[in-house]
Each structure stands twice: as C-alpha cells, then as structure tokens.
Design a protein around this ligand. Structure first.
Ligand SMILES: *Cc1c(COP(=O)(O)O)cnc(C)c1O
Length: 375
C-alpha cells in the first residue's frame, strides 16, 4: 500500500448525474399547474422531441426502464424460437429474451472490441433462429455492416442493446438507426439518465404504434384492448429529469472524453489493454474497462484498490452463461469467459476530476508493480 494515493472519500465506478436542485424544481412546476403526472404527458413529449434530435434518429418511444423497453421490442417483433446474443453483457439482455419465452443462444465475442463476433454468429444460426441481439458493449459500436448483412441473408430481425451507447454516432449516423430497433437505458448509472428510464429507437413509424400500446396495457382506446400488454410508462418527473440532464449532456461527454485521455496517457506504458475507438466513431466514453493479464491479478487489483478507497467493478463477470439460470446452455464462448475473468472497470463519470484520475492511475500502477506485471 502506498499511502499517498489513498482517497479521503470513497470513489465509486460511477456517480449518477444530477442537475442543479433549482433547475429541477423549476422544471417540475408545470406538473403542479397541469396536474399531469404520467400517461403521455407534455414533458414526456417535449423530451421525445429533443431526444430524437440529439440521438439523430427518426422515431423514438420512451419507457419506465431499459429492460422493459427491450422486452417490449422483442414482443412487438413477434419473435419465437431462438435469439443469438452475447454472454458478455449485463444479465438484463438475456433475461429480456428468456422472459419473452425465447431461448438465448450465446455467441462468442471479439477479444478487441468485446462485442459479438459476426463470424461466430453465422455458425449458430438454425431454423429456429428468429433474431440477433448484439450489445454495443461499453459504447463501442458493433460491426453493423457485417451483422446486418447476416441478418438480411438469413431473414432475421436485428435488435441492438444500445444501453451503453447513448449519443454514439458512426460515420455521422446515430447508432440508434441501426437494425430494426435499438434500446437505450436511461438508468441513473448510465451516461445520461431520467432516474430510471429506457428508449427504443427505430425507423418504422408503425412499429412505434405497437410499442406505444405495449407499454400501456395493449389499450387502443378506453374500451378496447388489442393484445396482452404491460405497463412500462415513463412518468413526468422522470421526463423532467431527462430534460434537465439533456442540457448538460455535451459538457458531460466532453468531461468523460478528457478523463478517457487522461487514463490512456497515464496507463499507456503499463502492460494492460484498454478500449480504443475508430476514427469514424463519435464515442460517449461511458466506461473505462481495462484488461489485466489474468484473473488472479484482476481479483488482486480489485481487492487492493479498495484499500485506497477506490471501488472498481468487474463488468461483466461472471459472463451470463456462467449464471445458474443459464448454465444448461452448452458452453461455447471461451473468449467471453476469458475477458470476463480479466476485465475491470475503473471509475468514470463526468464529475471525476483529472487529479483523481491521476491518483487512481498511480495507485493502480503501484499495485501492478507489486505483482511484477509492469513492462
Ligand atoms: C443497464 C443495462 C440494461 C438495462 O437497463 P435498465 O434501464 O437498467 O433497465 C440492459 N442492458 C445493458 C447492457 C445494460 O447495461
């Protein structure tokens, strides 16, 4: 332990973004005036318009959370059988498939992008496959060109879990325009939040009508129900939070970018890997994952950084097909398991100071030097 790198206060992997208290108070005044708390209210619709613009998409619908949004997307596409997805994700992705009565089929990942490997997808397609559900893990865009070609060729639907990719663009296109539908999580721990919340973005307006009804019990009018729906509406207080946080989003992402570069320059001479972005990608710097040489060192660093008051997270460990509820699936994803064993996410949020980043990096480098992995 090198005492000079100890923080007085705990530093967590993320910190929820809150607007100024007065700014939020001002935003929610209209709720008292209109007495409109939820159900397609004016703040929700204002937020939909602004998010359509910001995300550079044609259509959007908002939901109580990202997970419900993903389940609704799967239901609205009338999928059956099997969906090919990645085990290197938050378990929500896989639960959404399973909760719709569909079998998740785990596909291995690319060891550099950490995203689903398109060459492996092809090998897993069977007559039962109805869709592919890739995740833009840590906000790194999947290889959409190759994946969409596979989907087209085999007549499969393509749903993206873009929970980490709020605001990401590829070649100037909003990442939410990819595939049949994309899901963004607007949870407190993500780059942009509405406290809890989720969004679906898509190009087909008719699909919008379907997902709108899904989140409102399948009602098509006060006296008619079209199908078995659910309740997954975003309320006006969440929308107000979203409107406030959207005002600072560019500044928040700029801060994250500075943090990303500060980490990279501190850690570039150390024998660990971190993610990089292609030149055609406008990134959101949602996470700062590093890959350590092996599980033993990863676990040791995780433990030892806590002595400095630094609380990192093992995202995503264990990988989903190592969880009890998904274990029956034949295990065919050695790269995902290896990455899960070596990954560690360092603190990353817009309010993290560059001084703190340097101190975290110094503590990490010091602890690594104690394990003899420095080059
Ligand atoms: C956060 C997250 C979700 C779920 O989103 P919620 O808004 O928390 O329901 C789904 N997939 C991934 C990859 C996530 O990180």
């Amino acid at each position: 332990l090198n005492k000079q790198f100890i923080f007085d206060e705990p530093i967590f992997v993320t910190k929820a973004k809150l607007p100024e208290f007065e700014q939020y108070s001002e935003r929610i005044k209209s709720i008292w005036k209109n007495n409109w708390l939820t159900n397609n209210g004016p703040l929700l619709n204002e937020l939909k318009g602004k998010l359509t613009n910001y995300l550079n998409v044609s259509e959007i619908e908002l939901f109580s959370n990202g997970h419900q949004a993903l389940e609704i997307a799967i239901k609205a596409l009338d999928l059956k059988g099997e969906i090919i997805t990645t085990p290197f994700t938050f378990v929500s992705t896989v639960h959404a498939i399973k909760n719709c009565g569909i079998e998740p089929v785990f596909c291995d990942i690319d060891p550099v992008t950490l995203n689903i490997n398109p060459d492996e997808i092809v090998k897993l397609i069977t007559p039962k496959t109805s869709a592919i559900l890739p995740v833009h893990v840590f906000g790194v865009p999947c290889d959409h060109n190759q994946i969409s070609e596979i989907a087209k060729k085999h007549n499969l639907k393509l749903i993206y879990d873009a929970a980490h990719a709020f605001g990401v663009e590829v070649d100037g296109k909003g990442i939410g325009t990819f595939g049949d539908v994309s899901m963004f999580s607007l949870h407190a721990t993500k780059v942009y939040n509405t406290i809890e919340g989720g969004a679906l973005t898509f190009n087909d307006r008719q699909f919008g009508g379907k997902v709108f009804k899904q989140k409102n019990f399948g009602l098509s009018s006060a006296t008619s129900v079209d199908f078995v729906g659910t309740n997954a509406k975003l309320n006006e207080f969440q929308a107000a939070m979203g409107l406030c946080n959207l005002e600072s989003i560019n500044e928040d992402i700029a801060n994250r970018e500075a943090i990303y570069h500060a980490y990279c320059s501190k850690l570039k001479d150390v024998n660990i890997n971190f993610i990089e972005f292609d030149k055609n990608v406008k990134a959101n710097y949602s996470y700062f994952p590093i890959l350590l040489p092996n599980k033993e060192i990863r676990d040791l660093i995780f433990e030892n950084l806590q002595k400095y008051n630094i609380f990192t997270r093992k995202y995503f460990y264990p990988v989903c097909n190592d969880f009890e509820c998904y274990k029956e699936t034949p295990y065919l994803t050695p790269i995902a398991r290896d990455i899960g064993n070596r990954v560690l996410c360092l603190p990353m949020y817009s309010e993290l100071s560059i001084d703190a980043v340097n101190q975290i990096s110094n503590a990490l480098i010091y602890e690594l030097s104690q394990t003899n992995v420095l080059v």
